[in-house]
Write a protein that binds this ligand. Sequence first.
Ligand code: AMP
Ligand code: ZN
Length: 114
Amino acid sequence: MPDCVFCKIVAGAIPSQRVYEDDQVLAIRDINPQAPVHVLLLPKRHIASVLEITERHDVLLRRIVLAAGAIAQQEGIAERGFRLLTNTGPDGGQAVAHLHFHLLGGRKMEWPPG
Ligand code: AMP
Ligand code: ZN
């Protein structure tokens, strides 16, 4: 297993609160939530960042976006709105080098981000 916290979560070696999963995608609650709802959506297979996405990943990306919408509905944040984002690289603030999308909601988000 790669020395990657999210690969370990996928494998069950590190515990997490799973909110959605299918054969390609896992969604978990962020351990350090930045909003009342803070869910991370990630591919089960290791991909370092959005820079590694190719056309072969079209099903994966569609699943992530559809799951994000469904989770937003489940969590009751769809009507008022939410933010779905992926940080990339040092300037983007990416701490974990395994692609993940943050789903944040339940409070008013600010713009521009910090
Ligand atoms: P990023 O800074 O975009 O790479 O986001 C990494 C996110 O992963 C942060 O919001 C962390 O709080 C979250 N995180 C790190 N370790 C864990 C973990 N074991 N379980 C759940 N979320 C985690
Ligand atoms: Zn990984």
